[in-house]
Design a binder for this molecule. Structure first.
Ligand SMILES: [Zn+2]
Length: 195
């Protein structure tokens, strides 16, 4: 089981191996290509998601569905690159590594210091959604945060006495003392420890 620290280390090492600077947010296509992957704007038979990682005639390829919005494209390539680096890995781990590849720790620290928990500004700086920016902000600062979406509850930051996910959903509606609720994209919000 890889820790958060392991994933940050894997991301920085990969960015450096690709000849890129971990103090900057990354262009994931440039990063993937720097790691020897071939990125193709093309469909793959039976592809359901925005991208697929495939091995074809000895090449590691990322097939990227044409016409995706930039932020989706960036995330999808980073996610497939994460699977490549992990030699598989589950979805949650690939998402965590993807976030660290798009904004390696030195770059994330700098952006979080500059933008603070202004998730939409941070998202613009990092080229992600506001939700992904909020998770990265929490990972970087350690401030306990829960992202609540219609389908999932994700928790980041330092250990915190969070209730069960279903109860975290309830915190969005009735925010107790000591916590803050901040809206993100439609139907998505974060609940975090207030300073
Ligand atoms: Zn995946």
């Amino acid at each position: 089981m890889l820790t958060e620290e392991d994933l940050e280390g894997i991301a920085v090492a990969a960015v450096e191996r690709a000849g890129l600077d971990p103090h900057e947010p990354q262009n994931p296509i440039e990063l993937a290509e720097g790691l020897g992957l071939v990125v193709l704007m093309d469909r793959w038979p039976g592809m359901r998601g925005p991208a697929v990682l495939a091995r074809v005639s000895g090449e590691h390829r990322v097939y990227l569905r044409p016409g995706l919005p930039t932020v989706t494209k960036r995330w999808a390539v980073a996610h497939e690159t994460a699977h490549h680096l992990l030699g598989g890995g589950d979805e949650d781990m690939a998402d965590r590594l993807a976030a660290a590849l798009l904004a390696p720790l030195p770059a994330a620290l700098r952006a979080c210091r500059a933008k603070g928990p202004s998730y939409f500004d941070l998202a613009r700086a990092l080229g992600t959604t506001a939700s992904a920016a909020a998770l990265r902000w929490s990972e970087t600062t350690g401030v306990p945060l829960a992202l609540v979406t219609p389908v999932r509850v994700r928790v980041r930051g330092a250990p915190f006495a969070w209730p069960a996910p279903a109860a975290i959903r309830g915190l969005v509606k009735a925010v107790p003392r000591g916590l803050l609720r901040e809206p993100l994209e439609p139907k998505r919000s974060v609940v975090r420890a207030s300073p």
